[in-house]
Every structure is written in structure tokens, then in C-alpha cells.
Design a protein around this ligand. Structure first.
Ligand SMILES: *[C@@H]1O[C@H](CO)[C@@H](O)[C@H](O)[C@H]1NC(C)=O
Ligand SMILES: *[C@@H]1O[C@H](CO)[C@@H](O)[C@H](O)[C@H]1NC(C)=O
Ligand SMILES: *[C@@H]1O[C@H](CO)[C@@H](O)[C@H](O)[C@H]1NC(C)=O
Ligand SMILES: *[C@@H]1O[C@H](CO)[C@@H](O)[C@H](O)[C@H]1NC(C)=O
Ligand SMILES: *[C@@H]1O[C@H](CO)[C@@H](O)[C@H](O)[C@H]1NC(C)=O
Ligand SMILES: CC(=O)N[C@H]1CO[C@H](CO)[C@@H](O)[C@@H]1O
Length: 808
């Protein structure tokens, strides 16, 4: 998350979320909101464009029976969100709340009731909580709506992958988005929640049909300002098209991260109209929009596998103009653009301002009938046609030949074969498995197997036995929502398919996990020497109380390509039942064992091979999500992600607030990662990285902080050591705080929260980082203890940015 606030605050123990804002970001957002006010205040089609039902552009008729889908059909063991009111219902079928889905009845109220039922906190409350999660299920059908579906915190809107429900707007639809996804504007003019705190929500398997709304109306498919651990997957959005089109598929005006994949958008003025700190978007098909993607602002954005066709401009990054470039960086890889006039429209030049903004990287993009590839403010930077762009970039570069400007084509990364999709030059990708054809007899429920998930009972043995029998029978192990306390390691054997019901959580507790000098895994994905396939999705691994020896996820599997984790996160502290909340771990307390809660979040060991991670957030909580003011807390954890294996793919991952480092690649080889995002602990430098409770351990190659450059010696975001072929497609390494004050990072300030944040040590080869963005850091890159890039040379849009760093 990003926690920004009044510069005058020195030590804030109790600040309410509403006080927080980054002035530079707010300026861009409010100017975007002015520009897009027709969308934000969308009151339905105007008289001038009298609404008439246009024939449905969505070809498949809605089925009126719901094909079987295991996630809907399994027994939902209600009332077992341990800290919710008794009888609280996690799984809600919209039809149980009166939705009809016949394409005629207005289902808006019924759907909104399904979401809000059970005294949940709505956007007007601005209150977040971990205790009332919900899955809102849409059986096959066509659900007519006349105004927005208001999504809530910790909510998943899920359709049937075998027949995705169609949500169809009436011709007179009003509201910001068919789904006002998480952050509805309140009468105050502000969003309900703080967009950078909006975690844990998903939209899956839905079709949004806006085609009854006249093309000339400014309607929106999804409004989605979000933060970490959120995703949209397998969603189609259809809008009316034409030269007068005004629709926008997805509108994001701010937030801190997100992940989106397998999205198809047709028609409209904009397929995507988006701004956010950092984002990863994969497999997005946009056709017939006037502008495929309008980038309102950003710090960094990674697009993988775009297919944009029949447009004027595929991607516009002209926001702000040459004198106030608002787009920090964009990279587009493994994509194809066809029948558009221009692929990318940019305002960057060697004299645009700020000098470190407007960075662009293109790698492996096929153009078909696109006359202009990259259009600059006054000239064409790269001609198009029908051709493949193997590598093109613009922005500052730091390469072995020294600092300079990248402007034009360049030799792309040498991609290791083991990371490529079969028969392709594109990187391998795999969306989160949904097991669409699975029958319920092939699902093993944790709760039916004797685990309680009640936040107190020791479920170790019940979970292990259920995992073993599910794996050996080839069944899916299903964690019904709950908090599952374990007192020893849980082993996920090869052959496992593990799925959580809306982020069911494993909590490590007890004496096996308390020794800060003796790491002990909580969940072990394979053991050293294991081979085969494992798929694990939609869960959280966590701890309870003092657990300084816990290694939350240890990944050892030498797996088949496609083994891995999707939407599996770590969350350490900051929620009910963690025993690490405001009461136990206030920012005012001295460092003590009771708030030391993890040795390491993630360890991909040297035996691991062919590892796929997508949309994962390894989070030491910086605030208490169940505190009504989201009060900050001080939780001490040792290491973030230690990655030692080979053939590793990390799409859309983030690691935050660990005291020694966030990402460390040590002895790793063949890695593709992007976008990666980190934050340093807010309490640092008190204590700093070397004087914190977790002692330097040479046997796991901890960074030696006695060599820190002068300034605050805080945890690095990224360290690469003794590794080879490491390809980072977008990084945002942020340090906003110094002892809970943001004075050191406020833009225009001295960017001296810490001295260094990205270290390269030892004999690394084949390291390449595209679009590096840092906040609050004096030296952007440190190689063998010497500074390679100063922030002051690369001022960007709030962060500092450069386009390309290569090493050996
Ligand atoms: C995002 O923008 C909206 C509208 O200006 C504002 O209410 C909200 O505070 C912003 N969020 C953050 C985290 O800056
Ligand atoms: C991309 O997403 C579409 C659905 O929008 C899906 O049919 C297709 O298989 C996905 N492609 C890849 C390579 O994942
Ligand atoms: C250092 O790491 C090794 C290997 O993981 C471990 O066995 C040892 O207990 C660790 N020591 C400390 C002090 O953390
Ligand atoms: C850390 O580096 C310093 C300076 O190179 C060296 O003197 C010290 O021995 C190192 N510390 C450890 C624990 O390796
Ligand atoms: C950094 O140090 C390693 C040896 O530890 C050496 O192989 C490498 O060439 C050095 N890099 C630079 C840029 O000096
Ligand atoms: C490496 C590089 O291009 N550095 C530039 C960073 O930006 C400043 C202006 O802000 C230039 O003077 C540097 O040359």
C-alpha cells in the first residue's frame, strides 16, 4: 500500500485514512476527473441521444440454467468466518437475494443486496475489515441493471466460467460503471475508501454488456481504483462503437497496484482509461475502441500480451503534455497491434519535463498495418507498417557504457528458452486455474475433513491428511473460508491442486515458529527433490502472535512449467485474530519479541525450478485493517522474498515492509519478473536494516549493511547477487517514510528517506531492469557499494525514473 499524508506529521499513531493524499498525484487525478467528469457523474444518455434499445452485440444468448460449477455447487459451510457475527454468510448467490437473470427484470437492487447483506461496511463508511469476506456468485443468465453494482471491500464477484453471466445495462443506465468496483464516490466528492488501501477483491467470469447505451454516451464498464491483492480475470466488456463513441471499458483514476488478465473489450472511446501507481495487465484484447488504452498517469505499468485492433491510437501516453509529463513509464511486451493508425503516442523528448518521466520500453511487439509505431510530440520516433518491433525504448539509461539517453531501437533481452511459451518467442503465461469442469465429488473440503478454521483449534493434522488424500486421488483441496491455525509445517505434495474460498488463511502459531535464529517453514510447497505439478490459488498465509522463526512459504518443487501460485499472499499482522494489532504493536512501542512475526515471507529455494507466481503480495502489515482509522502498527519481519532457484516467472508481485530486504535474487538464474513493487518498513531507520532484531545470516546470503552508502541504511527493495539472466520488466522500489514521517519523500524534497534501495553485488551476469522507479531514495542503483544513478538526475512523476539498466 501507499500511505501518504500531511508533511507536518512527525509521528502519527492515529491518523484517519481520509487525511492521506499525495498532492502531486491528487493534482493529476483531479484534472483527470475534470476531463472525465461526464463519466464520473454519468447520469445516463442525454435527451439528444434518445435511448433506443440497440440489438444485443453479445452473440451468445444467456442460458437460463446454470451449468454445474464446483465452486457454486460445493456445500458452503456458512457462519464460519470466525470473527464475524454468528451466522455470517460468506458465499452469496445473487438469485437467493431475488435477482432473476432473465434479461428483463431490473436486478440492480437484488445484486446490491447480495453484496451488502450481513451488516457489511459499505463505501460510505470508509471502513475496511478482514472479518466479513464475501463471494457473490452470478449463475448463468442475463442480469439487467439500471444503475451501478456497488462492490465492497474483501469481495469477489464471480460468474460461472462455463457460462459467464451477462450483466446488461439498460439503455437509460446511470452511474459510474456497471460495476462501481470498490470505490464509489460519496457526496463529499471523495471516494469511499482510500484507494491505496483497497485490497482483496476480484471480478471473474462476467460479461458486461453496455451496448444498449447509445455510443455517444459516456458510460463506463468497471470503475476500479484499487491496491494490492486485487484482480480482474476472464471478463468481457462490450460497448457501442462508432466515430462518436464515448464509452470506456475500465476506468481507474488512482490506487496502488492491481492485476488484470484475460479481458476482452469491444467498442467505446477508450478500452482502458487508467492511472495508478503501478500495475500489471496481461492478455487484454481490445477491438474497435477509438483509443485502445488511455494512460491518465502512472509511475509504472507493465502490459504483457496486448492485442489491440481497429483503433486510431493503441496506447496514448500524452497526458500532461511535454512540460508536465504525467505518465512515468510504460512497457509493452509480447503484444500485437493491428489496423490502428498509431501504436503509441508519446510527449517524451530529450527536453520534456520532468526529465525522468515518459519512459517507454517495447519488446517483441508485432504490428500489422499500423503506419506509425511511436509518435513523438513533433515527429515520428519509429515508423510502423507490418513488422515486429524487437526492442525500442526512450528515457534515461544506465548501461556498462555509462549513463545516457535511450531513444530508438535496442537489442532486446536475451530470453532464456525455458521461460518461453512452447513454440513462441513470447514469455510463458498461465492464468489462474478455475477447474471449470471439475465435479464436486472431486473436491476435498478442509472443513469436512475435520479442520475447524476457527482461528483457535490446531488444524495441522487435519489439513495435512486432507492435502495428502486430495493429492493422491487427484482431487482439489478446498479451504472453506476460515482462519486455520497450524502449529507445524504444512506440506503441499506434488500433484496438489489447492484453492481457497476467498482467501482462506493459514496462521502459524506456537513454539515451532518462535525462534528467531531457527527458521521453520509454515507451508512447504514440495520438498527438495520433489518433481511434478502443484497449483495453489486464492489463499493467505499468515501468523498469530510472536513467530520470529516462521518462513511463511517455502517453495522447493522442481516442477513442471505451469506449477505455481496465483493470488496467494502472505499477510503478517494487522487483522483480527493475528494478535499483532494496534493493541499489541502500536508504533509507539519499543521493538519486542511479541511483534517479531516472520523470519521470511517467501523462500524459493535452490532446488526449485519452473516456478510461476502471478498476482502475489507478501505483506508485513503497516496498518491494522480492522482498526476503524486504519491506524499504523510496527510489526517486525526479517526477510521478504529470497529467490534462489531457476526458471522463475513472477507476474504482478509485491513485497513490503520486511526489515532486511524485500526481494533478493541470490544464486538465481533465468528469471522474468514484472511489475515488481516494494516498500521499506515505516519505522526505519529506527532501527535500521543492520540494527534490527533479525541478525545477519551469511548462510542465506543476507545483505551486509555495513557497506551502506552514506545516509539512512534501510532495507533494500531489491538485491541481486551471484545470479544470472535476471530480467525485470518494471520495478517500483519505494521508501516513503523515515520513522513514520514522509518529509524525506515528499516530491521536491530531498529523497533521503534512505541512501540506497537496489543493490547489485558479486558476480551477477545478464541482469536487465526496465523502467526502474524509486521514491525517497538518494541512490537509485548501487553496484558493489558504489552509486550508479542519482535520483536528482532522473526526477519523474513523483518517483524518480529511468528506462533501462543493464549489468554484465
Ligand atoms: C483518489 O482520488 C480521489 C478523487 O480525487 C480522492 O478522493 C482520493 O483521496 C484519492 N486517493 C488517494 C489515495 O490519493
Ligand atoms: C486470453 O484471454 C482469453 C479470454 O479473454 C482466453 O480465451 C485466452 O485463452 C487467453 N489467452 C492466453 C494466452 O492466456
Ligand atoms: C541461518 O540460515 C540457516 C540456513 O537457513 C539456518 O539453518 C540457521 O538457523 C540460520 N541462522 C540464523 C541465526 O538465522
Ligand atoms: C561486511 O562487510 C564489511 C566490509 O566489507 C566486512 O568488514 C564485514 O566482515 C562484513 N560482515 C560480515 C558479517 O560478513
Ligand atoms: C562487482 O564485484 C564482482 C566480484 O565480487 C565482480 O565480479 C564484478 O565485476 C564487480 N562489478 C563491477 C561493476 O565492478
Ligand atoms: C543519465 C541522464 O540522462 N541524466 C540526466 C537526468 O536528468 C537531468 C536533468 O534533470 C540531466 O541533466 C541528466 O543528464
Amino acid at each position: 500500500m501507499r500511505w501518504a499524508f500531511l508533511a507536518s506529521s512527525i509521528l502519527l499513531a492515529h491518523v484517519s485514512a481520509e487525511q492521506f493524499a499525495i498532492p502531486e498525484v491528487e493534482k493529476v487525478v483531479s484534472s483527470a476527473l475534470r476531463t472525465y467528469s461526464e463519466y464520473v457523474h454519468y447520469a445516463g444518455p442525454t435527451e439528444a441521444v434518445a435511448a433506443s434499445e440497440s440489438p444485443a452485440a453479445v452473440s451468445h444468448a444467456a442460458a437460463d440454467t446454470d451449468p454445474s460449477y464446483w465452486l457454486a455447487d460445493v456445500t458452503h459451510q456458512q457462519g464460519l468466518s470466525p470473527h464475524a457475527a454468528s451466522g455470517y454468510v460468506v458465499f452469496r448467490n445473487v438469485k437467493d437475494y431475488g435477482a432473476v437473470g432473465d434479461g428483463v427484470t431490473d436486478d440492480t437492487a437484488a445484486i446490491n443486496k447480495a453484496i451488502s447483506d450481513g451488516n457489511r461496511n459499505g463505501p460510505a463508511s470508509g471502513v475496511t475489515t478482514s472479518t466479513t469476506p464475501a463471494i457473490v456468485y452470478f449463475p448463468a443468465g442475463t442480469y439487467l441493471i439500471s444503475t451501478s453494482i456497488i462492490d465492497y471491500y474483501f469481495t469477489q464477484l464471480i460468474g460461472n466460467p462455463n457460462s459467464p453471466a451477462i450483466i446488461k445495462a439498460t439503455s437509460g443506465f446511470t452511474g459510474l460503471g456497471l460495476i462501481d468496483g470498490v470505490d464509489q464516490y460519496q457526496s463529499s466528492g471523495n471516494q469511499g475508501w482510500t484507494s491505496t488501501n483497497v485490497f482483496l477483491r476480484q471480478i471473474r467470469n462476467l460479461v458486461l454488456d453496455l451496448t444498449a447505451i447509445p455510443a455517444s454516451s459516456a458510460a463506463t464498464g468497471i470503475h476500479w481504483p484499487t491496491a494490492q491483492a486485487t484482480s480482474i480475470q476472464n471478463v468481457a466488456i462490450h460497448m457501442s462503437s462508432g466515430s462518436n463513441a464515448q464509452g470506456q471499458g475500465i476506468f481507474v483514476e488512482n490506487g496502488s497496484a492491481g492485476f488484470l488478465t484475460d479481458v476482452t473489450i469491444t467498442g467505446g472511446l477508450y478500452g482502458l482509461n487508467v492511472g495508478n501507481q503501478q500495475y500489471t495487465m496481461r492478455n487484454v484484447t481490445i477491438s474497435g475502441a477509438i483509443t485502445g488504452i488511455s494512460q491518465i498517469w502512472n509511475w509504472g505499468w507493465t502490459y504483457i500480451g496486448l492485442e489491440i485492433s481497429s483503433c486510431t491510437t493503441a496506447i496514448s501516453m500524452t497526458a500532461g503534455g511535454t512540460s508536465a509529463v504525467a505518465v512515468g513509464s510504460v512497457q509493452v511486451i509480447d503484444s500485437s497491434i493491428s489496423n490502428c493508425n498509431t501504436f503509441i503516442d508519446t510527449v517524451w523528448s530529450t527536453s520534456s519535463s520532468p526529465a525522468g518521466a515518459g519512459n517507454l520500453i517495447i519488446e517483441n511487439v508485432q504490428l500489422t498495418n499500423v503506419p506509425t509505431a511511436v509518435q513523438g510530440p513533433s515527429s515520428v520516433y519509429l515508423a510502423g507498417g507490418t513488422t515486429t518491433i524487437s526492442g525500442f525504448g526512450q528515457g534515461h539509461q544506465y548501461t556498462p557504457t555509462g549513463p545516457g539517453t535511450l531513444q530508438g531501437t535496442f537489442a532486446p533481452a536475451a530470453r532464456p528458452n525455458g521461460l518461453l511459451a512452447s513454440g513462441s518467442s513470447s514469455y510463458y503465461t498461465k492464468s489462474k486455474p478455475q477447474y471449470a469442469s471439475l465435479s464436486t465429488s472431486n473436491v476435498v473440503s478442509m472443513r469436512s475433513s475435520g479442520a475447524k478454521g476457527d482461528g483457535t483449534t490446531d488444524d495441522t493434522a487435519a489439513i495435512q491428511s486432507a492435502l495428502n488424500s486430495a493429492a493422491s486421488a487427484g482431487k482439489v483441496a478446498f479451504f472453506d473460508f476460515g482462519l486455520y491455525v497450524v502449529t507445524d509445517t504444512i506440506y503441499i505434495p506434488p500433484g496438489s491442486k489447492v484453492v481457497g474460498e476467498t482467501y482462506a488463511t493459514i496462521q502459524a502459531s506456537g513454539s515451532k515458529f518462535t525462534n528467531i535464529d531457527s527458521p521453520h517453514p509454515v507451508v512447504q510447497v514440495g520438498k527438495s527433490g520433489d518433481t511434478g505439478t502443484i497449483e495453489w490459488s486464492d489463499m493467505i498465509v499468515s501468523t498469530q502472535g510472536a513467530t520470529a522463526g516462521a518462513v511463511l512459504i517455502e517453495y522447493n518443487l522442481d516442477g513442471d512449467l505451469g506449477s505455481g501460485l496465483w493470488d496467494v499472499h502472505t499477510r503478517i499482522g494487522g487483522y483480527t485474530g493475528s494478535n499483532l494489532q494496534v493493541a499489541q504493536c502500536p508504533t509507539s512501542a519499543a521493538v519486542s519479541a511479541s511483534c517479531e512475526a516472520a523470519y521470511m515471507s517467501l523462500h524459493i529455494t535452490s532446488s526449485a525450478k519452473n516456478v510461476y507466481f502471478e498476482n502475489n503480495w507478501f505483506w508485513t502489515a503497516d496498518h491494522d485493517v480492522d482498526d476503524p482509522s486504519n491506524t499504523q502498527i510496527s510489526i517486525y519481519t526479517g526477510r521478504g522474498a529470497l529467490i534462489e532457484g531457476s526458471n522463475i516467472i513472477l507476474y504482478g508481485t509485491a513485497v513490503e515492509h520486511h526489515s532486511l530486504y524485500q526481494y533478493q535474487f541470490s544464486g538465481a538464474s533465468n528469471v522474468v519478473a514484472g511489475f515488481i513493487q516494494t516498500e521499506t518498513p515505516y519505522y526505519q531507520p529506527s532501527p535500521d536494516a543492520k540494527s534490527g532484531p533479525y541478525a545477519y545470516n551469511s548462510s542465506i546470503n543476507d545483505p551486509n549493511y555495513s557497506t551502506c552508502l552514506s545516509g539512512n541504511c534501510d532495507a533494500v527493495g531489491l538485491r541481486v547477487s551471484n545470479s544470472n539472466s535476471i530480467h525485470i520488466y518494471g520495478a517500483g522500489l519505494y521508501s516513503f517514510f523515515n520513522k513514520y514521517s514522509t518529509t524525506c519523500s515528499n516530491s521536491g524534497g530531498s529523497e533521503n528517506c534512505q541512501s540506497e534501495i537496489f543493490r547489485v553485488d558479486g558476480s551477477t551476469t545478464g541482469l536487465r531492469v526496465y523502467t526502474l522507479n524509486t521514491v525517497g531514495v538518494t541512490n537509485m542503483i548501487t553496484v558493489n557499494s558504489s552509486s550508479e544513478a542519482l535520483y536528482s538526475d532522473n526526477i519523474s512523476v513523483y518517483p524518480d525514473g529511468l528506462a533501462l539498466f543493464t549489468y554484465n
